[in-house]
Write a protein that binds this ligand. Structure first.
Ligand code: ADP
Ligand code: SR1
Ligand code: MG
Length: 385
């Protein structure tokens, strides 16, 4: 582990403190623990601790946005939200998340089950591996959580309890800034407006209609409090092992619009689509995989809607709006991953970035005409009916 002896000693003491838990019993006694840094995310340190055949994951939050540096402060107690959300997800959608073990307030460290055999879903998609059974499970799991925490489904008392537990934290503000605000401000210093996308930028920054829809989506993100949402459901927040999936990184969880999670997920399948479409070598194989990503989008919405049966008002118009909001949120995610502070590895070439940006703009402009996943894909990917 890079962080040195002081951190090592702190983690050893921490594991000893909780060694009465069954899952940590190997961690008491003389120190032979091996700590390895495994985190490659944007915000936190993630460490694997191994001793006598047992292994667990520790996640510790630095008091700033890790990928931007110490000059961008961020509340380090965010692990509490992640722990609370892990408990709710694992209760409402069993086996959807790694089992949470403890959250230690003093050291601001979260401890959970080690998903040793699992792999980062985004990386799997990049390497051309995707089980449709995993896509289905993921959609069902998130549908279960949305449905079982939905304002239309549970008592007022229960809903208030969720609202108290999952308030708008600094992480919600971070999303508000880094998905809905900064990427749409061409002068913001955190954007990455590189030369390879410069020809695509006018469609974003010179069209006030696009910027207005992004503002509408921000408003929905901040005000539509319908159910517990993951809040950062991109493909790097999912780990897979064949047909099995686990949702990770729940620190952004809050009470919000259900379309936000699915919109983000769809956008991330679309990144994979464009990533594969722009690989010139072995074109047939990559094209075929890109088609699978279209299928993944359709399957996601269909399986999700089978679980997420709750609605406010009239069912058909609720679902029409849900799809239209998914399109708007997907549009914002597509755009921000191209121009904003947190790029994705799927977009490895100028063409794939330009295509993703174009898709984002089309989804924002077309969002009010989108009430089905088929239409969403036709508009995003410019497919023919
Ligand atoms: P961040 O909050 O910085 O985005 P993540 O929660 O996304 O951090 O975790 C970053 C990486 O750490 C994951 O992509 C994964 O490789 C690893 N990781 C996180 N949680 C676990 C876990 N429970 N088991 C195994 N690896 C994990
Ligand atoms: C500076 S924005 C960092 C991003 O990383 C997290 O995973 C979220 O997606 C956030 O928007
Ligand atoms: Mg992450």
């Amino acid at each position: 582990m890079e962080s040195g002896d002081k951190d090592h000693a702190m983690f050893i003491d921490l594991l000893d403190k909780y060694s009465q838990l069954d899952q940590l019993k190997s961690f008491s006694g003389p120190d032979t623990t091996v700590l390895t840094s495994v985190g490659d995310g944007n915000l936190n340190d993630v460490i694997r601790a191994k001793k006598s055949g047992q292994s667990i994951i520790l996640k510790r939050a630095p008091p700033y946005i890790k990928c931007l540096g110490p000059e961008y402060p961020l509340d380090p107690s965010r692990g509490q939200t992640e722990f609370d959300a892990l408990c709710v997800f694992s209760d409402l959608a069993p086996r959807s998340v790694p089992q949470p073990y403890f959250y230690d307030k003093e050291s601001r460290t979260l401890c959970m089950k080690d998903l040793l055999k699992y792999k980062d879903f985004r990386k799997q998609l990049i390497s051309g591996v995707c089980s449709m059974a995993a896509v289905k499970k993921l959609a069902r799991d998130i549908g279960k959580v949305h449905n079982k925490t939905h304002v239309a489904k549970i008592s007022e008392k229960r809903f208030s309890e969720y609202k108290n537990k999952f308030q708008d934290t600094e992480l919600v503000t971070l999303t508000e800034q880094y998905i809905f605000t900064k990427p749409f401000d061409k002068c913001d210093a955190t954007n990455k407006l590189t030369d390879d996308i410069s020809s695509s930028l006018p469609q974003l920054y010179d069209d006030p209609r696009v910027l207005d829809v992004a503002k509408d989506m921000k408003h929905i993100f901040l005000t539509k409090k319908e159910c517990l949402v993951h809040g950062d459901l991109h493909t790097g927040s999912v780990m897979v092992d064949g047909a099995n999936t686990k949702i990770i990184d729940l620190e952004f969880a809050y009470m919000g619009p259900p379309a936000f999670d699915i919109g983000l997920l769809l956008a991330n399948y679309i990144f994979s689509y464009y990533g594969h479409m722009s690989i010139p070598e072995d074109h047939d194989r990559h094209r075929k995989f890109a088609q699978l990503m279209i299928e993944a989008c359709k399957v996601t919405v269909n399986k999700y809607l089978k679980e997420m049966k709750s609605f406010v008002g009239e069912l058909q118009s609720y679902q029409d709006k849900l799809l239209s909001e998914m399109a708007g949120f997907a549009g914002c995610e597509l755009i921000r991953r191209v121009v904003g502070a947190a790029p994705v590895e799927d977009l490895h070439s100028p063409y794939s970035k330009q295509d993703a940006l174009g898709a984002g703009v089309r989804l924002l402009l077309g969002r009010h005409n989108i009430t089905t996943v088929d239409k969403l894909l036709v508009i995003a990917l410019m497919l023919t009916h």
